[in-house]
Design a binder for this molecule. Structure first.
Ligand code: GLN
Length: 348
């Protein structure tokens, strides 16, 4: 009896400790009781160590088709993990801002959905398309090969369309509207990287072709160079892994920013965004990625990679060396490791 009571008391105390630490501490990985800090420290070291065996080619290459990106330090490496209670843990170069590039695509897609949520006559999804292209992110072939020219919001053609459909918002300016929204997903400190923006604008002839073709095919109605300019600006938004992880945590939290507690997106808009990250987040490698990792993920050519574990947390990695499809090599190694170690595949 006494023993039973003692046990009950002990269990009660233990439960309290677990509850308190779960609410204060950061993502506790359910299957083990490792804290996020321990997990990212371990994975950070493991990825660095296993890299020693890789050839230069396997280590990847910093993007150079945008001159400003070529100047990035290839050794930058940061991991941040943010949970739906607003807790964040980071390691490495987590205070270094980098351009968000294509990781802006899922979020801007979300803003277009939001801007048109009450418009029964216009469907962003119908106009842009939602299917995998099987081609590179900047493919021109994929626009011409299908009769309806539709792609999806994660590749350049679809993303330029999406940016074209944004409204002016209270800011009376589509770009300011987009930047304010991007900031509302995080800590409000993201900004336009003028150098990257100018560098990409001076060299984006391929994207100019895509934008002009979209106009010719009547996929967009405004001046295609205005749509492209806004798209390029969105790609040039500067974030750290901490901010990116928080943006991901807003998605993991069903559209509610875990720090500001403001609702930014609806739950159903978040489902659309995450679905598109599954379909095409790593472009032509998305199928293999899904099979192996099983988390909605989005990459950017500056070396950012963001994975979302719904209802729990988001992991952001920054490392500029990329594989051939334009996805961060270390970023993929980190997320793959965490997913496999903790069995995060959403279909398991
Ligand atoms: N701004 C880049 C481009 O359009 C984005 C590409 C990317 O991150 N994959 O080329």
């Amino acid at each position: 009896m006494v023993y039973g009571l003692k046990n009950k008391k002990r269990n009660f105390i233990l439960t309290c400790i677990v509850l308190i630490s779960a609410s204060l501490s950061l993502p506790v990985f359910s299957k083990s009781q490792f804290s996020a800090k321990e997990v990212i420290n371990k994975v950070y070291q493991e990825v660095k160590n296993s890299e020693k065996k890789l050839s230069e080619q396997e280590k990847g290459k910093v993007a150079d088709y945008i001159p400003e990106l070529a100047a990035a330090n290839p050794e930058y490496f940061a991991i941040s993990i943010a949970n739906i209670n607003g807790g964040i843990e980071s390691i490495g170069d987590f205070n270094v801002p980098f351009s968000i590039q294509s990781i802006s695509k899922p979020f801007i897609y979300g803003l277009a959905l939001k801007d048109h949520q009450n418009n029964s006559k216009f469907s962003v999804d119908d106009r842009v398309g939602l299917n995998a292209t099987g081609h590179a992110f900047n493919s021109i072939v994929s626009i011409t090969e299908k009769e309806d020219h539709k792609q999806n919001p994660m590749v350049n053609a679809g993303a330029i369309q999406v940016t074209s459909y944004l409204k002016e918002g209270a800011e009376r300016d589509k770009w300011k509207h987009a930047l304010n929204y991007m900031n509302s997903l995080s800590d409000g400190k993201a900004f336009l990287g003028e150098k990257v923006y100018r560098s990409e604008s001076a060299t984006n002839q391929n994207n100019q072709k895509i934008a002009n073709m979209l106009f010719d095919f009547k996929m967009i109605d405004e001046n295609p160079m205005d749509a492209l300019d806004r798209y390029t600006k969105a790609c040039s938004i500067m974030v750290t892994t901490k901010q990116l992880a928080l943006m991901g945590a807003t998605l993991a939290n069903g559209g509610l920013n875990p720090v500001s507690k403001k609702r930014i997106l609806s739950n159903s808009q978040v489902i659309n965004i995450l679905s598109q990250m599954v379909v095409s987040g790593l472009y032509e490698n998305s199928g293999a990625w899904w099979t192996e990792v099983g988390l909605p993920t989005k990459s950017g050519v500056a070396g950012g990679l963001l994975a979302v574990y719904p209802h729990k947390y988001a992991i952001a990695v920054f490392s500029p060396r990329l594989d051939k499809a334009g996805n961060s090599v270390r970023g993929q190694a980190v997320i793959k490791k965490i997913s496999q170690m903790y069995n995060l595949h959403l279909l398991h």
